[in-house]
Design a protein around this ligand. Structure first.
Ligand SMILES: NC(=O)c1ccc[n+]([C@@H]2O[C@H](COP(=O)([O-])OP(=O)(O)OC[C@H]3O[C@@H](n4cnc5c(N)ncnc54)[C@H](O)[C@@H]3O)[C@@H](O)[C@H]2O)c1
Length: 207
């Protein structure tokens, strides 16, 4: 039973990291895991892991650890990953190719279901098993296919206008790779992924 409905953003960001490790344990047939083992493998303080996991229920057993299958199910539930979530990718360029091909290889509840580009030379071509569609078809396809999330891999100059189309289509969240901020007037969650900023933060720790 969940102790609280609302989980902090920091915990929500750590849960996928726990889930990735726990899914690996499932694959190799490990059935229980302690917070110590998890902490060692993920380089996270075990006390932090216990605290995070206890925030949505008290299901670790002292001296035995966590039941891996149960924990995977529980985290999937919390992250609303119990059923497939359909994702659109916009911008079938270099990065779009890499992400689409990767997504097609991994077994994941996040499934890229549609790909869009505004380059007529790319539309109609197949990428990772999906036919690239023109941008004009975005709103209708997103609505028809019940696509809820989007990945933006277009140039920065195009990001806002494409995001506006996504808002119009009713998208609920965007993972933006373009190096620009997206403004939204609706309750749409925008997350940013940026290798350069991450490297810049890492540079701070250079000795
Ligand atoms: N966040 C990161 O770590 C990271 C890393 C690499 C690239 N990027 C960014 O990702 C974006 C894509 O990079 P890339 O190297 O794949 O570029 P790219 O030029 O190879 O691909 C961009 C694609 O977007 C399409 N496009 C352009 N305008 C569009 C529009 N209005 N609607 C739909 N499609 C449109 C182009 O036709 C092209 O296929 C850029 O903004 C780049 O700066 C971010």
């Amino acid at each position: 039973m969940a102790k609280s409905e609302k989980i902090s953003e920091a915990v929500v960001r750590r849960l996928p990291i726990y889930l990735r490790y726990l899914s690996y344990l499932q694959q190799v047939g490990v059935t229980t895991v302690s917070s110590q083992q998890m902490g060692k493998n993920l380089d996270v303080n075990p006390a932090q892991i216990r605290k995070d996991l206890s925030s949505f229920g008290d299901f670790g057993k002292k001296g035995i650890g966590y039941d891996v299958n149960y924990l995977v199910e529980k985290i999937r539930q919390i992250l609303k990953l119990s059923e497939e979530i359909r994702v659109a990718l916009i911008g079938a360029g270099h990065l779009g190719h890499a992400i689409s091909n990767y997504n097609a290889q991994v077994e994941d509840y996040m499934r890229i279901a549609a790909i869009f580009d505004n380059d007529p030379a790319k539309c109609g071509k197949v990428l990772a098993g999906i036919t690239i569609q023109p941008l004009e078809e975005l709103i209708q396809t997103v609505k028809e296919q019940k696509i809820r999330l989007a990945i933006l891999t277009v140039p920065a100059a195009a990001a806002q206008s494409v995001a506006n189309l996504l808002f119009e289509a009713g998208i609920e969240g965007i993972l933006n790779f373009a190096p620009t901020t997206i403004r939204t007037e609706r309750d749409v969650r925008i997350h940013y992924a940026d290798v350069t900023s991450s490297l810049q933060s890492l540079a701070y720790y250079l000795t």
